[in-house]
Ligand binder design. Structure first.
Ligand code: GDP
Length: 691
């Protein structure tokens, strides 16, 4: 049994995953030959299937690193392209198609690429072997081929025929060996013929005596000898396809019938080697021996790479263990922990504040619309004169007009769609809190996780949105018909309303200051404001024609001036209303028609506290319960290994860290395997023959 080769192939596969140069130290059999020498036919005879690209145009443009794995206990035969993830290909014609596509993907201009295609074939009919098929040498450069092509192919082949690889030099029997490009190439790197096996194809095309002479060649002696084969007779192909027998069997039969007709030239006593079966055995033995003698150098190479990986792991990552799974689990735990903290800081009071702020804005809009947008003499003096402040406020409580104004304002407030507004405000706030948690978490560098978390939050909030807003709307329904304010609520409303007005006043004044700076100073703004004031009073005829300026002011400056006047007037009104709210009359609920700000504030507070009760049950608690579970679903148990890996590698630092660990582990595994194999080798009796 070729135990060593099999194990070395395993090691080779491991090292291939590492993607390091050490793979080059593991010997393979490199197949070279000029075009049409029968190279593909020999490989297909070994595999027992047609699977290599065919065509008149040069079709092998990339090296094919072919691994054959003997599976004695299985009847199925299939190929795998480990780099492509296509799975098991049982149909050899699809392997052939894939290889053709991969080769033709190399552009005509480039012609040859040294990026190898990896293909593994599993079959009970193949020996354990590692073969590399290379583009065939060309004799004459074709019309459409670049001149440098010949050189390029030679360079590519030279790279592969270096030690410790075994060279399988294919030459056709009907061409003089002295003209064999394969043998010439091998001679350059293996002048004493130590590691070259000569394969002479098309033995059926030459006279048996001549054929036998070729095989016992004395001019180009090879230590590993020559083998003569008849890999394919054209007439045989159709027959083989019809009969459905295995290609190897057919070739063997064909070879046997040919060679047995000439026992003198090819028989057991002829001293020459013939037949594909013989060739297979030779390849196995030679590869096994080469593997065995390269054990030491391979071990050294792996050890050296392992030392480098270990050093990098220590110096750059402080020997900190990490796996994609543990990284994801830790990140998720950390995120859930910060979410838990957030849930403790965001509850009913916070929701109430959010909603009340929103309703305050609506209230200010309503007041501006119904009370502040007209000459306000009825509510208070037009311009506050210090001695007239005592009269504040003025609205006549017996006038139906003021009753209607207040009723309409209350109705607007209760019917503005508090359910939807409240739900939107809270849902948006939750969403932005989740966004903030993401940006403060390790997930910030992971677009995939960021999206998964955002979608998790969205899904839950969307699911709850309509039922929550309906519930809230239903609960505030009674207030749409009748609203009772208690004196305690009035007092709170009064305090709060004056706070809101003060803040609004502050905002107006800040905006005014901002305008001042933007036009280049207070004086300039005053000038333009005075001008506009005069225009409005009719002292000056034309304010502006809309495009160019008026009164020597630019159009842009006039626009600023108008904004400033709006702000000044609004500030004036708010100041008056602030005085009103603070005045004695407004301390008493009886005078509610004087003090719509206070009344509306009290209504808004009532709406808020009722809405929040239901928001808490319908939205917040539901969210707090479901969100961590939804995270588990999206980022936890349902992710495949590949997805977890992809997730972790989104962060380049983590990707590097994982890569070092992976490399180290694979090298350790390879080293372990090779060392146990060496122990096995050491245990063998000296001089014992492997076959
Ligand atoms: P490659 O270009 O070196 O891969 O050569 P192929 O394997 O494609 O073979 C070139 C041609 O020679 C094809 O038409 C094969 O059918 C034919 N051929 C290959 N081996 C033999 C053989 O042993 N005997 C005969 N008569 N023809 C062969």
């Amino acid at each position: 049994m070729m135990v060593l080769t099999r194990k070395m192939i395993e090691i080779r596969n491991i090292l291939q995953k590492v993607g390091q140069s050490s793979t080059l130290n593991l010997p393979s059999i490199v197949v070279i030959g000029s075009q049409s020498s029968g190279k593909s036919s020999v490989l297909e005879a070994i595999v027992g299937h047609e699977f290599l690209p065919k065509g008149t145009n040069m079709v092998t443009r990339r090296p094919i690193e072919l691994t054959l794995v003997n599976t004695p206990d299985s009847r199925s035969e299939y190929g795998e392209f480990p780099d492509l993830g296509l799975g098991k290909l049982h149909d050899f014609s699809s392997i052939q198609r894939t290889l053709t596509d991969l080769n033709l993907a190399v552009s005509n201009a480039e012609c040859v690429s040294d990026d190898p295609i990896h293909l593994t074939i599993y079959s009970p009919n193949v020996p354990d072997l590692s073969l590399i098929d290379l583009p065939g040498y060309i004799q004459v450069v074709g019309q459409n081929q670049p001149f440098a092509l010949k050189q390029k192919i030679t360079e590519l082949c030279d790279k592969y025929i270096q030690p410790p690889n075994v060279i399988l030099a294919i030459s056709a029997a009907d061409v003089d060996l002295a003209n064999s490009t394969a043998l010439r190439a091998s001679r350059r790197v293996d002048p004493r013929g130590e590691r070259t096996i000569g394969v002479v194809t098309k033995m059926d095309l030459v006279d048996p005596v001549r054929g036998s002479q070729v095989l016992s060649d004395k001019q180009y002696p090879l230590r590993l000898g020559y083998v003569g084969v008849i890999s394919r007779a054209p007439s045989v192909v159709g027959l083989f396809k019809k009969s459905g027998t295995n290609l190897s069997e057919h070739i063997t039969k064909n070879e046997n019938s040919f060679f047995s007709q000439h026992p003198l030239e090819f028989g057991d006593h002829s001293g020459v080697n013939v037949g594909t079966t013989r060739l297979k055995k030779k390849l196995m033995t030679v590869l096994e021996q080469t593997m065995s003698s390269s054990l030491q150098s391979t071990t050294d190479a792996i050890q050296q790479e392992l030392e480098e990986a270990t050093y990098e792991f220590k110096v750059q990552y402080n020997d900190r263990p990490l796996s994609a799974e543990s990284y994801l689990a830790e990140s998720l735990d950390g995120f859930k922990h910060s979410f838990k903290q957030f849930t403790e800081s965001f509850g009913r009071p916070e929701m109430a504040e959010l909603l009340k702020n929103e309703l305050d804005q609506r209230m200010l809009d309503l007041l501006a619309q119904r009370y502040w947008n007209r000459p306000i003499e009825d509510l208070s003096p037009a311009r506050p004169e210090p001695d007239s402040l005592a009269d504040l406020p003025k609205a006549d409580p017996n006038s139906l007009y003021w009753h209607r104004q207040l009723d309409a304002s209350i109705s607007s407030l209760t019917k503005l769609g508090v359910g939807r507004l409240a739900t939107t405000v809270v849902a948006n706030s939750i969403q932005s809190h989740v966004d903030r948690l993401i940006s403060n978490s390790t997930f910030v560098n992971h677009p995939f996780a960021r999206q998964a978390i955002t979608e998790a939050a969205n899904t839950i909030l969307n699911e709850r949105f309509y039922s929550t807003s309906d519930q809230v709307e239903n609960c505030i329904k009674p207030y749409k018909f009748d609203i009772d304010i208690e004196s305690r609520e009035w007092t709170t409303g009064r305090d709060h309303a004056s706070g809101v007005l003060k803040k609004e006043l502050g905002d107006c004044e800040n905006a005014l200051k901002h305008l001042e700076t933007s036009v280049g100073g207070r004086r300039k703004l005053r000038e333009v404001m005075n001008f506009i004031d005069k225009c409005r009073k009719g002292d000056v005829l034309v304010e502006s024609d809309g495009r160019s300026g008026a009164g020597g002011f630019s159009a842009a400056l006039l626009t600023r001036g108008r904004e400033a006047i709006f702000l000044r007037d609004r500030a004036d009104i708010i100041k008056i209303r602030l005085l009103a709210v603070k005045s004695k009359q407004c301390a008493n609920m009886e005078n509610k028609y004087y003090c719509p700000e206070v009344f509306l504030d009290a209504v808004a507070s009532k709406l808020t506290s009722t809405a929040v009760l239901f928001l808490n049950v319908e939205l917040l608690s539901e969210f707090y319960y479901n969100f961590p579970r939804e995270l588990d679903v999206r980022l936890g148990r349902h992710l495949s290994e590949v997805e977890i890996e992809r997730f972790a590698k989104e962060d380049s630092k983590i990707a590097k860290h994982l890569e070092v660990i992976r490399r180290k582990e694979l090298l350790e595994l390879a080293l372990d395997k090779i060392q146990s194999m060496r122990q096995l080798e050491g245990g063998r009796e000296p001089g014992a023959k492997r076959d």
